[in-house]
Design a protein. Structure first.
Length: 222
């Protein structure tokens, strides 16, 4: 083979290699562009992809309950619930405020819904607290009314707003806010006279019950 033929063969091989390389680059570029376009299109429109991304950013918490249940105590109750208050309170809780609040600060507003239940505990009555006279009069000495339940409604209570510094998240802040909300709800019910109402309602209920048993009169002593 002469020199001219050798150069021709070499040029043919080089051209073939160039064409193969260009083809691979073009195919790869088209594939990458197509993948990028599909990603952009999926991000632009609503659909499963957007929901999946939101799920990754804000995952739904998974709750696991241990199968073992330990019953610490079982008590028999003789409580007569005679008054119930439903209260809403706005609680503001904050920590780490001041000059460096943008770093360490944490502040939240809790809208708290709660219930206070009051009544009398009949298990505290003694035998001598009920006296029956020959004329059909029953004298009853009731225990003083007391608060039986104070609880937040977790379905209705929620964090309205929270402003947290760069590194200022306080994991105990919401717990403290809820504890303060329970106390404020209790204070509101007490100030509005829930114990007096519970005492009156207990007397009305027991008077009707005793009279229904055939007695003629019911007197409540203090």
């Amino acid at each position: 083979m002469n020199q001219k033929s050798s150069l021709s063969v070499l040029n043919t091989i080089l051209l073939a290699l160039i064409l193969v390389t260009l083809g691979a680059l073009l195919i790869g570029g088209v594939t990458a562009a197509s993948s990028f376009r599909q990603l952009v299109e999926s991000l632009k429109g609503p659909g499963e992809t957007i929901r999946e991304i939101k799920e990754i950013v804000n995952p739904t918490p998974t709750i696991f309950a241990e199968p073992i249940t330990i019953v610490r105590q079982v008590n028999a109750l003789s409580r007569l619930e005679t008054a119930s208050y439903t209260v809403e309170k706005i609680i503001t809780a904050e920590s780490g405020q001041g000059a460096f609040g943008f770093l360490f600060g944490d502040r939240l507003i809790l809208v708290a819904h709660g219930q206070v239940i009051a009544g009398v505990d009949l298990s505290k009555m003694r035998e001598e607290d009920i006296i029956v006279s020959q004329d059909g009069t029953v004298t009853v000495k009731l225990p003083p009314a007391e608060v039986l339940v104070v609880a937040l409604d977790n379905q209705k209570s929620y964090i309205y707003d929270r402003d947290t510094g760069i590194i200022g998240m306080n994991p105990a802040l919401e717990t403290e806010a809820r504890r303060a909300a329970e106390q404020e709800i209790l204070n509101a019910a007490l100030e509005d006279g829930i114990l007096e109402m519970a005492q009156r309602n207990a007397e009305v209920y027991l008077r009707q019950l005793i009279l229904a048993l055939g007695f003629k009169q019911v007197v409540f002593s203090r």
